[in-house]
Design a protein around this ligand. Structure first.
Ligand code: SF4
Ligand code: SF4
Length: 148
């Protein structure tokens, strides 16, 4: 993937190429977990239940190019929705940059090590249940607190 040097530090989000926008993702897989929203407060709760297309080891989508066709609830992150990124995990590069914050040292663009997000326990690797095996009405039994 061809991207400009340190683009995440020097180039405004609105001027990123599609490749640079995609490259911001650290591959944590957290946004592919099913979530519940409190209808009164709007608070979002993450569950350990993952989208059926998420690979639990790589934490990557197994059909990324067809994800919206395969999973209608799949959310594609777009620049125009930046004001709504607060529901994303606190570690997510899109949320961090949307808030004017920098990328953490462990992010693979900074560290040049794509395994760090997993080694530091910041991804969903080994911690999920597939949505194939959980009824939607039972999601509240699987709320987790390790995604902030
Ligand atoms: S939460 Fe952010 S960094 Fe993690 S997989 Fe989703 S988009 Fe990528
Ligand atoms: S379809 Fe969407 S939510 Fe499901 S694993 Fe792929 S990117 Fe994640």
């Amino acid at each position: 993937m061809r991207v400009r040097e340190k683009f995440w530090e020097t180039i405004p989000l609105r001027q990123l190429t599609p490749q640079e926008w995609e490259a911001l993702c650290d591959g944590c897989g957290k946004c592919c977990l099913h979530k519940l929203e409190d209808s009164d407060s709007g608070e979002v709760f993450y569950t350990r239940v993952a989208c059926r297309l998420l690979d639990p080891d790589s934490c990557r989508c197994t059909d990324y190019s067809q994800r919206q066709r395969r999973v209608t609830a799949c959310v594609v992150l777009r620049l125009e929705d930046i004001a709504d990124f607060d529901y994303l995990p606190a570690t997510c590069a899109y949320r961090l940059l949307a808030r004017g914050q920098g990328l953490p040292d462990w992010h693979y663009l900074v560290s040049d090590d794509a395994e760090q997000v997993h080694a530091l326990g910041l991804s969903v690797r080994g911690r999920t249940l597939s949505g194939e095996f959980v009824h939607p009405d039972g999601l509240d039994e699987h709320i987790i607190h390790w995604v902030e």
